[in-house]
Design a protein around this ligand. Structure first.
Ligand SMILES: *Cc1c(COP(=O)(O)O)cnc(C)c1O
Length: 453
């Protein structure tokens, strides 16, 4: 067990926090703050866990896809690719990034609940392995576009299996209310499968589901796999076609705080393999090619964010705000969904935690908090504060609110840190601003011209 929620973090010989062999104080000094720091070895280890589990428990008949929405940069996709993962993208921009990273399109899956015609066309032109169609309009559009190009797109369908999982809890049925996919229980899914099987330009080869995120139990995944296998049998009955691919999505939980207890992935894939094989025997179906799409569990705990502490405000009897030089513009997750995080001070990561603090960002928004009521050692202006397990859905959700510039990202390995995303500049911020001709020679306010100001 590590002293930290992420087992790749250590207190180095001088007592400083280290990641990937790099001293976090030195990283902050060299690259500035806020700074996203990723540990390459942890990302690789996590990728291998999935790739190896499919090999061991499922005879290698499947593909683990990195859900790039968790953290999509060219370098990160290259790392996942080099570990034998496929890549799941859900926008034209993610597809573009994957192609720039040199990912073989035959290892790319394209998702999304409302792909634009332009995105569908790019996916078909690129020859991605799979377009996961969300709805009837999309299936029709894929058919039209592919037919016009003399192509056949191999698609799968996004299904709502009627299982919704949230961390330790899941509910059977009642998942009709989701913007993603088509429901089995309403008959919508089987109708769409029949339609897809009848259209030119598309070949329906599989089904996909994604039942939630940050899930800690194997049971909802097992249940989903069984429902999906029953649906494959129903599709065969209706259309005569046997779908060859079962994609169970992502959603594996990670440890943000001590209380979180992630699923043992090897055990998960073993249990899934068994459940799928049992269903195959029950229905007389061939064993499907299996896909899974971990995002968070590949990158979240591989990353931390370093900040410089600014003002510390203690409101007697109420709380202590510790302001940092980042905020919701580079980590919106607490503001969006109360996500828990742990944090430590880079120069004394094991110092006793003496009082609860609230970590505040620098945006002009009261809700711009990174965490509330987190027990920490006393924080002082100038301290380097590390928020842990920020590798997923931080940079990928970052923006420029208040015209803050997005941080740089470094990838650490064997004590060396290399920049993989450069820090945004003010010039980047105004790059797309356009000044109409009539505003170019700004005359100033008339009052100013007449000297009345
Ligand atoms: C979000 C998403 C994932 C990844 O989910 P994680 O919780 O990051 O593992 C995978 N597949 C699809 C379709 C998704 O929408």
């Amino acid at each position: 067990m590590s002293d930290f929620v992420c087992d790749n973090l250590k207190a180095g010989r001088n007592g400083h926090l280290t990641i990937g062999g790099c001293d976090c104080l030195e990283l902050a000094r060299e690259f500035g703050t806020p700074l996203y720091v990723m540990d390459e070895e942890t990302v690789r280890r996590n990728c291998r866990l999935y790739v190896d589990s499919i090999r061991k428990s499922y005879d290698g008949y499947g593909l683990a896809l990195y859900a790039s929405k968790a953290l999509c940069t060219i370098a990160m996709l290259k790392v996942a690719d080099s570990e034998g993962m496929g890549i799941d993208v859900c926008s034209g921009g993610e597809l573009f990034t994957a192609l720039r990273a040199g990912i073989d399109p035959s290892r790319i899956y394209f998702h999304g609940n409302n792909k634009t015609p332009g995105e569908l066309e790019s996916a078909i032109d690129a020859g991605v392995r799979r377009i996961v169609a969300d709805n009837a309009l999309e299936v029709d559009r894929i058919s039209t576009i592919a037919t016009a190009k003399g192509r056949t797109a191999r698609i799968s369908l996004r299904i709502k299996p009627g299982i919704e999982a949230h961390t330790h809890d899941f509910v059977r049925t009642g998942q009709i209310d989701s913007k993603f996919g088509v429901a089995i229980e309403t008959g919508e899914a089987i109708e769409l499968a029949a339609r897809a099987a009848s259209l030119p330009g598309v070949k329906l080869v599989g089904i996909h589901c994604h039942i939630g995120s940050q899930i800690f139990d194997v049971d909802p995944f097992l249940e989903a796999a069984q429902v999906m296998m029953d649906f494959i049998a129903a599709v065969r009955e209706r259309t005569g076609e046997t779908l060859e691919e079962l994609n169970l999505g992502g959603g594996f939980g990670i440890r943000y705080i001590d209380e979180h207890d992630p699923v043992d992935f090897g055990a998960y894939i073993g249990a899934i393999a068994q459940a799928v094989r049992a269903k195959c025997a029950e229905h007389g179906l061939p064993v499907p090619y299996i896909c899974m799409e971990p995002g968070r569990s590949i990158v979240a705990s591989a990353g931390i964010t370093l900040y410089t502490v600014g003002a510390v405000k203690t409101i007697p009897g109420i709380r202590t705000y510790v302001a940092v030089d980042g905020g919701m513009f580079e980590n919106p997750r607490y503001a969006l969904y109360d996500s828990p995080y742990d944090a430590v001070l880079a120069d004394r990561p094991l110092a006793p935690r003496t009082a609860p603090i609230t970590i505040a960002g620098k945006c002009c928004e009261s809700g711009d908090l990174i965490q509330e009521n987190l027990w920490m050692p006393e924080c002082r202006p100038g301290d380097i504060l590390a928020v842990l397990a920020t590798g997923a859905y931080n940079y990928s959700m970052a923006g420029n609110y208040n015209r803050n510039t997005r941080p740089a990202m470094v990838l650490c390995k064997d004590g060396k840190a290399r920049t993989i995303v450069r820090r945004e500049t003010f010039d980047d911020l105004v790059r797309n601003d356009v000044v109409p001709a009539d505003l170019q020679e700004h005359p100033g306010h008339p009052a100013r011209a007449s000297g009345q100001e």
